[in-house]
Design a protein around this ligand. Structure first.
Ligand code: FE2
Length: 166
């Protein structure tokens, strides 16, 4: 199935740039979708004194990642690239380390979360550079993503410092 649309009235960027920008958006989409799945898993797995704030915060984060993934996917469609956010696409391309099943202490949850968030924020940052030459609209979307992820990272990291004294 073709990933590039051929309808009229597409943004005036070449088909190569369209495909390349779409690839960058697609890669981000599957990572955000995977992050939302992992966030839910952590929401169910957290135990310890910080259960309640983390349990609640994780649902807020999952909502934010789902919203961001929607924005990313819809930018792809807007430039004529068909995104794929299905489980098979996530499994094939996300590359995020999966969690062990079972209880996870609150401080371990914070660590698992910050590791993955930092990894994705770094990958998105690299894509922002590449998108500057391809499509500034898509670049703007990924700037929004990285800004949100880095803000979340700061807020979660702040908890880690308080809890562990590091
Ligand atoms: Fe829940």
């Amino acid at each position: 199935m073709a990933s590039i649309a051929s309808a009229p009235h597409l943004p005036s960027i070449g088909s190569h740039a369209r495909q390349e920008a779409g690839n960058q958006l697609q890669a981000t989409l599957v990572e955000l979708a995977d992050l939302a799945l992992i966030g839910k898993q952590l929401h169910w797995s957290v135990v310890g004194a910080l259960f309640r704030p983390l349990h609640l915060q994780l649902d807020e984060l999952v909502d934010a990642w789902r919203d961001l993934s929607d924005t990313v996917a819809e930018r792809a469609v807007a430039i004529g690239f068909w995104p794929d956010g299905q489980s098979s696409a996530i499994t094939a391309a996300s590359g995020l380390r999966q969690l062990e099943r079972g209880p996870l202490q609150d401080h371990a949850v914070v660590r698992e979360l910050t590791t993955r968030l930092a990894e994705i924020a770094e990958r998105v940052r690299e894509r922002i550079d590449r998108l500057g030459e391809l499509d500034i609209g898509s670049q703007d979307v990924l700037i929004e993503v990285v800004r949100a992820l880095e803000e979340q990272l700061w807020m979660i990291r702040a908890q880690l410092s308080t809890d562990r004294g590091s």
